[in-house]
Design a protein around this ligand. Structure first.
Ligand SMILES: Cc1ncc(COP(=O)(O)O)c(C=O)c1O
Length: 402
C-alpha cells in the first residue's frame, strides 16, 4: 500500500501553496487564504475520480468510520456485523459510537462470508460493514441483497483498498457510505487523513457537521454557525489535504506500476502446484496492492514464511499471528480491556461476540500469506522476487524445506 514510495515535486508544490498563505485550517479565513482551499479541492477530486456525489475529508480512516456511523444513526446497543479479518480500527469505530461489533466469519475472498452474515443477523442488527481487505473487494451483490432484504445499512470500510472496483463501481460507493484512509501506508497517503464518501446528501451533511463540532457551515462567519447536532473535532488540515491532492492526481501512475508488478508475481506463482489464490469477486477490479495465496496446511504456511525470511524476502504477512488484523490476537477486545468503562450490558455483548470460536476463518487465515506489492520494483526485480518466492513455495509443498 505504497503511495509513500513515490513522493516528490507534486506533493511539495501543493504543500508549498499552503505554506505561502500560512492558513493551515480548512475552514474560514476566506481573505487571507488567497483562494487556496486544498481540502475542498481534494473532496472534489475524490468525487470525480471515484464516482461519488459527496466526499467529507477527516483526520484519519478511523475517524471516517466513527463519523460515518454517527451520520448513519448507528449507536447505543446496535449490532454491526463485521469480519474477523480486518484492522483493529473497524471494531474501535463501532465501539466509539456505543454499538456492538458482531465478529463474523470470512471465506476464501478474505472478506465477509454472506452465509455467515445471514446467520449473524438478530433483531438488534443495524448495519453490515464489509471490509475490502488487501486491495480486493467483498461480495457486494450478495451483501447488498441481504441488506435490502433485512432493511439494514451497508457501510463499506474501503480504507485500505482505494481504487479497487466492483462491477464498474469504485469500492466505497456501493453502500450507504464508504470510508478511505490516507495514512502513511495506504495506496495514496497524506500522512494521516481519511474520507467518507456517499451519494446521500443528508449523510454527507451530517458527516460535515459531526467532524467539526457540529458546525452547520452555513455562512462565512464561523463564530455565527449554528450547531444542529453534537460533534467532535475530526478535521483534516490544509497541509495534509495538500499532500493528498497531489497523490490522488497520481493514482493512475501508481496503479499501473502496482498492477504490473502484481501480475508478474501472480503469473509466476500460479505455476506452483498445490498453491491456491484468494478468490476475487471481480478480478478486473483488483487494485493489486497485495497478492494473497493459501498453502495446503497451516504448517506449510509457517514454513513458507520462514523460508521467505531466510531468502531475504520481506513484506510477507502471516495474519494468523498478527496482532492488528485478525481476531485470534485481539486480546484487548476479548478480555474487555477498556480504559473507559462500557455499560455492563454492552460489555457483555461485545465480549460474547469477540470470544466465539471462528473455525471457518481460522481454516483460511492460518494458511494464507499476503505479499505486499511495491511500486519501486523494476520488472526485473519483480520477476527475480517472484522466482525466489516460487522456489521456496515449491520446496515447502514438496516437503523439502520442512
Ligand atoms: C481496514 C482498515 N480500516 C480502517 C483503518 C484505519 O485507518 P487510519 O489508520 O487512517 O485510521 C485501516 C488502517 O490501516 C484499515 O486497514
Amino acid at each position: 500500500m505504497p503511495g509513500f514510495e513515490l513522493f516528490g515535486a507534486q506533493e511539495r508544490k501543493e504543500v508549498n501553496d499552503v505554506l505561502e498563505t500560512g492558513i493551515l485550517m480548512r475552514y474560514g479565513f476566506d481573505g487571507a487564504r488567497k483562494g487556496m482551499w486544498k481540502a475542498k479541492e481534494l473532496e472534489q477530486e475524490i468525487c470525480k475520480r471515484f464516482g461519488t456525489q459527496y466526499t467529507q475529508l477527516v483526520s484519519s480512516g478511523t475517524a471516517a468510520l466513527s463519523t460515518a456511523m454517527a451520520a448513519l444513526g448507528i449507536g447505543a446497543g446496535d449490532e454491526v456485523i463485521m469480519p474477523t479479518f480486518t484492522f483493529v480500527a473497524s471494531f474501535e469505530a463501532v465501539l466509539s459510537v456505543g454499538a456492538i461489533p458482531v465478529l463474523t466469519d470470512i471465506d476464501d475472498t478474505l472478506t465477509l462470508d454472506p452465509k455467515a452474515v445471514e446467520a449473524a443477523i438478530t433483531p438488534r442488527t443495524k448495519a453490515i460493514m464489509p471490509v475490502h481487505m488487501c486491495g480486493s473487494m467483498a461480495q457486494m451483490d450478495e451483501l447488498k441483497a441481504i441488506c435490502d432484504a433485512h432493511k439494514l445499512l451497508l457501510l463499506e470500510d474501503a480504507c485500505q483498498t482505494i481504487s479497487a472496483n466492483y462491477k464498474g463501481k469504485s469500492v466505497g460507493t456501493i453502500g450507504d457510505a464508504g470510508t478511505f484512509s490516507f495514512d502513511f501506508v495506504k495506496i495514496i497517503t497524506c500522512a494521516e487523513g481519511g474520507a467518507i464518501i456517499t451519494n446521500n446528501k443528508e449523510t454527507y451533511e451530517k458527516c460535515d457537521q459531526y467532524s467539526d463540532h457540529g458546525h452547520d457551515h452555513a455562512g462565512k462567519d464561523r463564530g455565527a454557525d449554528l450547531h444542529p447536532y453534537l460533534g467532535y473535532n475530526y478535521r483534516i488540515s490544509e497541509l495534509h489535504a495538500a499532500v493528498g491532492l497531489a497523490q490522488v492526481r497520481r493514482i493512475d501512475e501508481f496503479l499501473e506500476l502496482q498492477l504490473r508488478n502484481h501480475s508478474i508475481l501472480k503469473r509466476t506463482l500460479e505455476k506452483v502446484d498445490g498453491l491456491t489464490f484468494r478468490r476475487i469477486p471481480d478480478p478486473a477490479g483488483d487494485a493489486g496492492s497485495f497478492l494473497s495465496f493459501m498453502l495446503p496446511t497451516e504448517d506449510m504456511a509457517r514454513e513458507a514464511v520462514k523460508g521467505f525470511e531466510a531468502a531475504g524476502l520481506g513484506g510477507n504477512f502471516y495474519y494468523y499471528d498478527n496482532n492488528w488484523h485478525y481476531i485470534r490476537k485481539w486480546q484487548h477486545l476479548q478480555n474487555g480491556s477498556w480504559m473507559n468503562r462500557l455499560y455492563d450490558d454492552q460489555k457483555k455483548q461485545v465480549m460474547h461476540y469477540a470470544n466465539q470460536a471462528f473455525p471457518a476463518s481460522d481454516a483460511i487465515i492460518s494458511r494464507n500469506i499476503s505479499t505486499l506489492i511495491s511500486l519501486v520494483w523494476t520488472e526485473e526485480q519483480a520477476q527475480e522476487r517472484a522466482d525466489k518466492m516460487a522456489e521456496v513455495l515449491k520446496k515447502v509443498i514438496k516437503g523439502a524445506l520442512v
